[in-house]
Write a protein that binds this ligand. Structure first.
Ligand SMILES: [Zn+2]
Length: 346
């Protein structure tokens, strides 16, 4: 309660690639935007799956490189309209219900209408359900969306235009305080912003990449197949840019970029990882080397789809990942500088 709100209202910012209205869920920005890259000297195309592919011709083209980050985020879909007019959800991506319990949501109907509501335990009231509020296991059956409309039956909810299959987005609740960026969905919109910032720095300096470089801003990463397709033939390297896992036993923190050398999918490419460490050492970039125990990336999605390239993974340290996340601008800056160093490296 209160200290923050007594002193001043929280400062909301519009994180790059998030909705123009920060209160709204960002799931529906899961199609990357062309205009972000339109000011760079890149060729853009859209894959049929919905990813954005931006290729910047390099000084050389004998060893084309790829960069990837994803704009899709954790979210949900209407699974069932309950007899009480509330909604049962199915998750999109891997997260625990307790991480979004009490969060505001936006429901996107097929007719293009948006409805507001909140995700709650079905037995939410402590005055009615007593200790059950504490004890009930948070699983699909136990959770429901309370829509901010007058509905107490499935028929009334359907009359609002809500149907099974409608997407439901959780509010990101963005705040920036003392350099900390606190928001849901930093995974992985923060890294899309880092790639865009590195491209902007390169353009502002009138430079071009050492090698032709293709940035693939993917969707479908959180469900495992984001960057599986969409890169041009002939790619030799892929730098996946995604959040670093911060927590007990991890080297990563919110003030550094991390190089992940191994995750659930096994080790990344040792040669490319070593080159990235050399680059960071040379450029004085603040970084950590880490291993993420429960993690997969779009680099691995590309590998699994048959991509024959060297893959490495870097990204800013994000605390409480797949929960109410937080990072610091120092980690975002370190990640951006590392991408830039890679773009310019021979
Ligand atoms: Zn994720």
């Amino acid at each position: 309660m209160g200290v923050l709100f007594e002193s001043r209202p929280p400062r909301l910012i519009d994180v790059p690639h998030s909705s123009a209205r920060p209160r709204m869920g960002v799931l529906f920005e899961s199609r990357p935007r062309e205009q972000t890259f339109a000011s760079f000297p890149v060729q853009q195309k859209r894959t049929r799956k919905g990813a954005l592919v931006a290729t910047w011709p390099g000084q050389k083209d004998d060893s084309p490189r790829g960069l990837t980050a994803h704009v899709d985020t954790l979210g949900a879909m209407v699974k069932e309209i309950k007899n009480n007019g509330r909604l049962k959800l199915t998750k999109i991506g891997g997260f625990a219900w307790n991480t979004v319990e009490g969060e505001g949501v936006t429901i996107f109907t097929r007719q293009g209408r948006t409805l507001r509501g909140s995700l709650l335990l079905a037995k939410a009231s402590g005055h009615v359900h007593g200790s059950q509020v504490n004890e009930i296991k948070r699983e699909d059956e136990a959770m429901e969306v309370r829509i901010d409309e007058r509905t107490t039956s499935a028929e009334e909810t359907r009359a609002l235009g809500v149907e099974v299959g409608d997407f439901v987005a959780f509010d990101p609740r963005v705040e920036v305080n003392a350099g900390f960026v606190r928001s849901r969905h930093l995974d992985d919109k923060a890294c899309v912003a880092c790639i865009a910032a590195a491209f902007k720095a390169l353009k502002d300096a009138n430079l071009q990449p050492a090698q032709t470089t293709t940035a693939l801003i993917s969707n479908y990463e959180e469900v495992g197949h984001g960057a599986a397709s969409g890169f041009p033939v002939g790619l030799t390297e892929l730098l996946s840019v995604d959040m670093a896992a911060v927590g007990e036993g991890q080297t990563s923190d919110e003030f550094h970029a991390s190089l992940c050398v191994k995750d659930s999918g096994g080790p990344y490419h040792h040669g490319l990882s070593s080159r990235l460490r050399d680059l960071a050492d040379r450029e004085g970039i603040a970084y950590k080397v880490d291993i993420y125990p429960y993690y997969g990336s779009d680099g691995e999605a590309f590998w699994r789809a048959g991509g024959d390239v060297a893959v490495a993974l870097i990204g800013p340290g994000v605390d409480a990942s797949h929960n109410y996340e937080r990072t610091h601008t120092e980690a975002l800056e370190a990640t951006t500088r590392w991408i830039l160093a890679y773009l310019l490296a021979d």
